[in-house]
Design a protein around this ligand. Structure first.
Ligand SMILES: [Zn+2]
Length: 269
């Protein structure tokens, strides 16, 4: 599932491609992917300029000229492609927004969605989310204070969107590896030095993820060489049975609350 760096990567590319552009046509092939009557959806979204695209946690918000917002969550398996009809991936398209002869394709939206909201409703939908981990105003002290209210496994807290927004299976594993802390550790067992390191590692790993274009394998457009660049930099995520590049031990996978959790038993404590 795309996480903060993947959605930030999409956001950057989308702002390059469609900010200031007008949506010339709307196609909805899967009614379940939207939240209103398809005709109303098309009528409201068509002929609107995209003012900009912003991100909150794992969501993207497309701000339209008429004040309405398209709220996107890709969930598991969802992705996007931008290009001409001839470059279109050979996959089922759930929703297509056209910008003249170029199109934004929404693919793999099963649990994912593209919902139309007023700005107030969109804000309400996102109000439960915890702070943005890369927001400069999210201080180490605030992180520490929030951790004090959490108990149980560290991994479970890191992927709790109400605790901190945007982190999922991949980056929780990578952050814990970077911090040399076991994700299966109980939060109450972490000392202040470990918590401080976690905060630093969170900033470092997520920033690196964005810089390298996230880990999603599908390019966003034809000449896109950036998207997915983080995948080969993953140290533990999806590397079960492979060698730890830091200590040479074998990376293990464990299910925690039915989530795949990867770590090195040797150099993470
Ligand atoms: Zn190791």
């Amino acid at each position: 599932m795309p996480e903060l760096p993947e959605m930030e990567n999409y956001k950057i590319h989308l702002n390059n491609k469609i900010t200031g552009q007008t949506i010339t046509a709307v196609d909805v092939n899967r009614i379940k992917s939207i939240n209103v009557n398809p005709n109303l959806f098309k009528k409201t979204v068509s002929n609107q300029k995209v003012l900009n695209v912003s991100r909150r946690g794992k969501h993207l918000l497309f701000h339209l000229q008429n004040g309405q917002v398209l709220l996107l969550h890709l969930m598991l398996g969802g992705w996007m492609y931008f290009g001409q009809e001839t470059d279109k991936p050979k996959r089922t398209i759930q929703v297509r927004l056209s910008f003249g002869h170029e199109h934004l394709y929404f693919i793999g939206l099963r649990l994912g969605y593209l919902h139309l909201h007023t700005p107030q409703d969109a804000e309400k939908k996102l109000s439960h989310l915890g702070p943005e981990p890369l927001d400069p105003s999210f201080s180490e002290n605030e992180f520490m204070d929030r951790l004090k209210t959490k108990h149980g496994r560290l991994k479970t807290a890191l992927i709790d969107q109400d605790f901190i927004a945007g982190i999922g299976n991949c980056y929780s594993a990578e952050i814990c590896f970077h911090a040399k802390i076991l994700p299966i550790k109980d939060i109450d067992e972490l000392n202040n030095a470990a918590k401080s390191q976690l905060y630093q590692s969170m900033k470092t790993v997520l920033s690196e993820g964005i810089r390298l274009g996230g880990y999603m394998e599908n390019p966003f457009f034809k000449e896109d060489k950036k998207t997915g660049g983080f995948h080969k930099h993953c140290q533990v995520y999806d590397r079960e049975g492979q060698t730890c590049q830091r200590c040479g031990a074998v990376i293990v996978k464990e299910m925690i609350s039915s989530r795949k959790t990867y770590y090195c038993l040797n150099c993470q404590k």
